[in-house]
Design a protein around this ligand. Sequence first.
Ligand SMILES: C[S@@+](CC[C@H](N)C(=O)[O-])C[C@H]1O[C@@H](n2cnc3c(N)ncnc32)[C@H](O)[C@@H]1O
Length: 295
Amino acid sequence: MRTALEAANGVGLQLPTKSQPIVTLNGDTRELIHQLPDDTFQCVVTSPPYWGVRDYGVENQIGAEPDLHQYIKHLVEVFREVRRVLKPDGTFWLNIGNTYSSGGRKWRDADEKNKGRAMPYRPPTPPGLKKKDLIGVAWLLALECQKDGWYLRNDIIWNKPNCQPESVKDRLTVSHEYLFMFSKSERYYFNQDAIKENTTNGNGRKNKRTVWSINTEPCLDAHFAVFPRALIRPCILAGSKKDDIVLDPFYGAGTVSIVTKELGRKCVGIELNDEYLDIADKRAEIVQTSLNLEV
Ligand SMILES: C[S@@+](CC[C@H](N)C(=O)[O-])C[C@H]1O[C@@H](n2cnc3c(N)ncnc32)[C@H](O)[C@@H]1O
């Protein structure tokens, strides 16, 4: 078990430097984020646990709350701290998917292809909803964050052409998730040029659109969904400059640090499960630095 202060040298948190561009903290983000100084990060990119979808095998994990509103409250509180540590002109990019009410089932079996999808429990149907209802948790969370003070600036649809097949017979297979972009202030740093797309006729460049088609990317070491690097590259390119520090408060297998390393940014990651931090360290070690990546 790593200690929370492993990265802190026992003298308070040491932020990333040129020679140590990635700093990780092991523990509950709800406690550790308080140790981070105000107005520090230019950009925050994260994918928190989705509600009742995966068991990350650790106590205090977010996402296993029996009550939906408790789950949302926990995340809004974490993201309030995210706002405190974000620079006044910073942006926050939140990837989140929707879930369905369980229809009365109390657990979910392991899936051969995706072992992390086994759950020892399913949360009960939230009051006011019916079994089989689409809960709309992504939007509930986004709107609570907006009420809490964030500027909600974009809802980006992440279209997954290679999404998991579903054995459902009475609705469509879900093939998208959301990526919400928030800012701390009305005006903020946003490098539109860094992420422009080619026009359809190929003769020019246009502003990036809000539907992004990106295949999911397997991570052989981790039994849970990691970000595809292509999903977060535009967020980091538009939301930060070289040498800026990016935070991921739900770091998992550290995909954010791989992309910050590729793009010459620094990174702080907070993760509850120390085994995931070992995977993250291994992945970050093998990244080749390259500043000429396509978005
Ligand atoms: C969806 S995964 C993040 C995956 C990550 N984006 C990647 O690409 O590897 C969510 C992560 O949140 C972690 N987590 C859950 N509750 C937490 C808490 N209270 N504090 C810190 N991390 C937590 C889980 O262990 C899991 O690794």
